[in-house]
Design a protein around this ligand. Structure first.
Ligand code: GLU
Length: 611
């Protein structure tokens, strides 16, 4: 949520900042703004996406060698020009951008109001900025010192970047709870919420940790803790190419990412799964294999699509490992004083690795003695760092706001963990284990086959685009896929959709069925199939429109369906990686035919770093 960019060095800052903001737009797009050191601070900001700001400042003198920029996902104050970042302090000498929430802003604001401050925006950000300036003026201290003192009073999450008119080459940055990467160039530095703004300039990066403060000049990077002790920046090599964050000929990132899935699942399996040798190697899991095998229960904590991946994993773990699994919404888990016992294993699932609720949930569980394993996409992210072990999903940058390839990669990782543990524990026979390894190895190819039907699904999208509601139904491994299909449709097409266990629809949702309601069955051939077919009959009998995801050659379901979307045959445990693909495409094409911004659906943002 919210993208931040900064630059200081010999190049022109504005083009770097604006290009960086375009790449970070997936994180929020309520407003866009930049502050430039151009003979004094110049701030330009505008409600809306980056392009709107660009149009608005054509012809302005944007020359500067230091600048910061922000794309907002509003938390405090509606999305408008006034609340857009950067904010300027009362004196006008400081400019600040912020990602996160200052929870005690009301208290700080009251203190400042009493001192005669007035505010131009409704944001928590402007309060913190003036609080910093107040300390700077009162204590006659440097900006760096004032930030340090101010942050000791702050409750909440933040990354902040500040410019000071009187010190035009310097950017002050600090972080707690939101991500910040500093790119180290030759005589220049770059800042970003992720590394994408700096990719073409440097591969040397420093991930700033919580409670750290950075003083950044063209040829100097000073890192300190809030106690004013200097720290040695740990410079890492970035393993990310420019092509990974570009559309590469596709109309949208979402479509590119759907089509990348054969490759991303393959990347996820590579070097880990050896189907011939019968081995799965995952260093971050191997270390904890003993504890996982002996765990009385595993708790999966996640939000959104990752939560659906957790639900699929619940079925797989219970079947293959005979371990009790609970799947929790991180936001609920963290606030209800959960019962955690020593030896419990928590698996935190998150694409960004920065999901605020998941992060705090695992911090709580860690403090209570649980073993934390992260299943995370973004390397070096906060969840990855605070977990004891785990495995990266290696899906590459996911830029479309609605998650697609990260989901299938999460399923691949979670399946590998379950296979490994089930085999080691002996709850999974060697024969079935070897068979499943072979099947898993073949999944990328089968996803590619499922994708060959995209043109057919595009036509279905035109046919069903005007429906007001959709119902998605599935059983067993495909029940969470039904939830995920409904979520994708809501996110991308703004059509109301609900996912339900197919049998459960009789206990309520069946009342919605009439000739205008498309009911999407996730009905690949599995041990529940006959039951699902009966559920289709029940919908048909009530004149509902049945649209089914089926296994190739399934005549019965074809006969009962108005339309079908076909996927190749596979073991039922692995089916969600295939059956979700047509549902991703359906949501995508309905969004496109309705002329919606599928990569940046309204009100959403990708990396949910606020709770
Ligand atoms: N809380 C700040 C605001 O509402 C920052 C939100 C963000 O992270 O974009 O403006």
């Amino acid at each position: 949520m919210c993208g931040i960019v900064g630059y200081t060095g010999p190049r022109e800052a504005y083009p770097i900042v604006i290009k960086g903001l375009r790449r970070l737009e997936y994180r929020g797009y309520d407003s866009t703004g930049v502050a430039l050191q151009n003979n004094g601070l110049k701030v330009y900001k505008k409600k809306g996406k980056v392009a709107e700001l660009e149009e608005n400042i054509v012809g302005k003198d944007l020359h500067a060698h230091a600048g910061i920029g922000h794309t907002r996902w509003a938390t405090h104050g509606e999305p408008n020009d006034r609340n857009a970042h950067p904010h300027q302090s009362a004196s006008g000498k400081l400019a600040m951008i912020h990602n996160g929430i200052i929870e005690n802003y009301a208290q700080l604001k009251n203190e400042l109001l009493k001192k005669g401050y007035t505010f131009k925006s409704d944001t928590d950000t402007e309060v913190l900025l003036n609080f910093i300036e107040e300390i700077m003026v009162n204590n006659e201290c440097s900006l760096e010192e004032a930030v340090r003192v101010a942050l000791k009073r702050v409750v909440g999450a933040y990354v902040i970047l500040l410019l000071n008119e009187d010190d035009p080459e310097t950017i002050i940055a600090a972080r707690k709870g939101s991500p910040l990467v500093i790119g180290v160039g030759k005589g220049e530095h770059f800042l970003g919420s992720d590394a994408s703004p700096m990719l073409e300039y440097t591969k040397e990066v420093v991930y700033v940790n919580d409670y750290e403060l950075a003083i950044i000049r063209p040829d100097e990077l000073i890192l300190k803790n809030l106690g004013n002790e200097k720290l040695t920046p740990y410079v890492q090599k970035l393993d990310l190419e420019l092509a990974a964050i570009e559309k590469g000929g596709y109309d949208h990132f979402m479509l590119k990412e759907i089509f990348e899935q054969p490759q991303t699942i393959q990347d996820c399996l590579r070097g880990r799964l050896d189907a011939d040798a019968g081995t799965i190697t995952m260093a971050g899991i191997d270390q904890y294999a003993e504890q996982i095998m002996n765990a009385k229960r595993i708790v999966m904590v996640a939000c959104g699509t990752s939560w659906h991946a957790g639900l699929v994993a619940e079925y797989i773990f219970e079947e293959l490992c005979r371990i009790n699994v609970e799947v929790e919404y991180a936001s609920e888990f963290r606030y209800r004083n959960p019962v955690i016992s020593e030896g419990d294993v928590i698996i935190a699932i998150s694409q960004s690795g920065e999901t605020a609720d998941t992060l705090v949930a695992i911090e709580t569980a860690k403090a209570k003695g649980a073993i934390i394993l992260g299943v995370v996409n973004v390397v070096g992210s906060s969840i990855a760092r605070i977990s004891h072990g785990g495995a990266y999903t290696h899906a590459g940058p996911e830029i479309g706001v609605a998650s697609t390839k990260a989901f299938t990669a999460q399923l691949a990782v979670l399946t590998m963990i379950a296979l490994k543990i089930g085999h080691a524990k002996g709850t999974l026979s060697n024969e079935r284990y070897m068979g499943l390894l072979k099947e898993l190895n073949a999944i990328p190819e089968k996803v590619a086959v499922a994708l060959t039907h995209s043109e057919h699904i595009r036509k279905l999208a035109s046919k069903y685009k005007d429906a007001r509601d959709f119902l998605y139904l599935g059983r067993g491994y495909n029940f969470p896929v039904a939830l995920e299909g409904a979520l994708k449709l809501k996110e991308i097409s703004y059509i109301h959709a609900e996912g339900y266990p197919a049998a459960e629809m009789k206990h309520g949702p069946i009342a919605l069925v009439d000739e205008t309601l498309p009911v999407v069955f996730v009905a690949t051939r599995d041990s529940y199939h006959e039951k699902v077919v009966s559920n289709m009959q029940e919908i048909k009998a009530r004149k509902g429109m049945v649209v089914s995801v089926i296994t190739e050659g399934d005549e019965t379901s074809t006969g009962l369906s108005n339309d079908v979307m076909i996927v190749p045959e596979c073991d039922e445990i692995l089916a969600p990686m295939l059956s979700v693909v047509p549902l991703q495409l359906l949501a995508y094409y309905i969004g496109v035919v309705k002329d919606l911004d599928v990569d940046k659906p309204r009100n959403l943002a990708k990396s949910v770093t606020v709770e």
